[in-house]
Design a protein around this ligand. Structure first.
Ligand code: F0G
Length: 487
């Protein structure tokens, strides 16, 4: 894929419009249910957007995971898949692609990102040890703590500020990192983990300079550096447009440099590569040997790792397409389009705009909802009622309780409206912004949620909640006044 000079197309009006450099040739019908039905449906789903059936969702902004639009080259490659338990040609094609991409020599397949995290945690985390990271991710933390490890965040203070002008809020705070290692010793660190495109703080990037600093410090102290490259596509776009030192580098050079600076890289292929799977890359034979035996145990044989060959073919093409600025710019430009519309309507969102999706700041949207009544979860239910749009809570509900059973209050209460790549049109983005803007006018009506059923692990996936009081009926009545059709 040529890494051509990238210049977004301008408009005479001066308006910033993310002009698509692709066209839709296959579409899916979606339906908008009327507002009264939406109140019923969200309650049948336990006020948890993970439990909504897709048939009742108008715009599915839950995630970009496994739901990005694939290219015609990806679909074409799926027809060429070589189906075999052992030694399939498809695997060798994917292996070569991943190794060329990161500049590594060994590849291990896994069925998705968290499966890689399971392998990494099983191989390296001993009880009492720490994984030091720029910011945790839900599944990463669950695997580390499941094995008796602890997560320590060496994030910048800026990371938790929802309004900021810092272009790289995902960066490690080197002072905090050093202080932690000085106090606890490098041997207490199972590995350091950089999460590119830092998910839970709003898809915020890490700078290449910061990756270099972390890498050099890890080498100096003999600590392993593991990079979570799931959100690499958005991150390299931001490196290219926000970091002076990357301006003249090609995307290929940037990715190779990230690869060179990391001991191990892993990724969710549901994000990186726009298919369904994942994998781990390294050049260290000892690390490879340690992790290799876990793949047949947890995932499947070494030449498929739980993935279908068709997905592996699509992923290989998708990973190569990540080196095209027109491809990687799509999500950030659409996040900016949605974010700008929302800001213009006075809706509090995380700034600077990141990748992955637009993040509403529930702490400022519904300041009257107490944190232990899950303001971001309540906002997710309210946005579904107001718009038929499915977002994802990223706040206290997504945290695990403390060992003593008390709530672990998140330092941010966000509602993510994810933008899967190349899926939505600008009209749909404007619709979402319009409805969230309208909801803001009725924000005082929004109330909290309480658990009816609370699972012990990763409770946000399957937990069921109910509203505190009848605020949802009041919200629907207010909506019907504004929009008598109920749509
Ligand atoms: N790391 C990051 C940064 C992620 O965003 C995800 C998934 C994973 C690891 C786990 O990968 O889902 O393939 O097992 N994020 C999804 C999301 C779930 O919606 O943001 P997975």
């Amino acid at each position: 894929m040529p890494d051509h000079t990238y210049t977004p197309v301008g408009f005479f009006s001066g308006e910033k419009i993310p002009l698509e450099t692709h066209k839709a040739r296959m579409v899916q019908r979606i339906y908008l249910r009327p507002v009264r039905d939406r109140v019923r449906i969200i309650n049948e789903a336990g006020n948890n957007t993970f439990l909504l059936p897709n048939r009742d969702v108008f715009l599915d902004m839950l995630t970009d995971s496994g739901v990005n639009a694939m290219s015609e080259a990806q679909y074409a490659a799926m027809l060429m898949a070589d189906d075999s338990y052992a030694g399939s040609e498809t695997f060798y094609r994917l292996e070569k692609t991943v190794l060329d991409f990161f500049g590594k020599t060994r590849f291990l397949p896994a069925h998705q990102g968290r499966a890689c995290e399971n392998i990494l945690a099983t191989a390296y985390v001993k009880p009492g040890q720490f994984v030091v990271t720029n910011y945790h991710f839900t599944t990463t933390k669950a695997h580390i703590t499941r094995l008796g490890g602890k997560v320590h965040e060496a994030s910048r203070d800026e990371a938790a500020k929802t309004q900021s002008e810092d272009p790289f809020k995902g960066n490690f705070d080197m002072e905090k990192f050093r202080a932690f290692v000085d106090a606890n010793g490098a041997e207490s660190v199972a590995f350091a983990r950089i999460e590119l495109g830092t998910n839970l703080i709003g898809g915020q990037p890490v700078s290449l300079e910061n990756v270099r600093e972390v890498s050099e410090y890890c080498k100096e102290k003999g600590m392993k550096l593991v990079t979570d490259a799931s959100l690499l596509a958005d991150n390299i776009y931001f490196m290219k447009v926000r970091e002076k030192a990357c301006e003249k580098m090609s995307l290929r050079e940037i990715v190779l440099e990230i690869g060179r600076l990391s001991d191990i890289l892993y990724f969710s292929g549901r994000k990186l590569g726009c298919a369904r799977g994942g994998g781990i890359a390294t050049s260290n034979e000892e690390d490879y040997g340690k992790m290799r035996e876990l793949v047949p145990l947890f995932e499947g044989f070494l030449t498929y790792g739980g993935m279908s060959v068709r997905e592996m073919e699509a992923m290989a093409v998708g990973i190569r397409e990540t080196l095209d600025m027109d491809v990687v710019s799509q999500t950030p430009l659409f996040v900016e389009a949605l974010g700008s519309e929302l800001v213009a309507k006075g809706v509090p969102v995380v700034t600077p705009f990141g990748g992955l999706g637009c993040h509403l700041d529930a702490t400022r949207f519904v300041p009257h909802v107490p944190q232990d009544q899950y303001p971001a979860g309540a906002l997710a239910a309210a946005v579904y009622i107001a718009a038929g749009v499915r977002g994802m809570e990223r706040g206290t509900l997504s945290e695990q309780r403390n060992p003593d059973g008390s709530e672990h209050l998140s330092n941010m209460e966000l509602l993510r409206l994810a933008i899967p790549k190349r899926v939505f049109t600008l009209a749909q983005i404007k619709y979402a912004a319009d409805r969230v803007g309208g909801l803001r006018e009725h924000r005082d009506l929004i109330g909290g949620l309480v658990f009816e059923e609370e699972p012990k692990t990763l409770r946000f996936f399957l937990g069921r909640l109910k509203p505190v009081g009848d605020w949802q009926e009041k919200l629907a009545a207010a909506f019907l006044k504004d929009m008598p059709s109920g749509l």
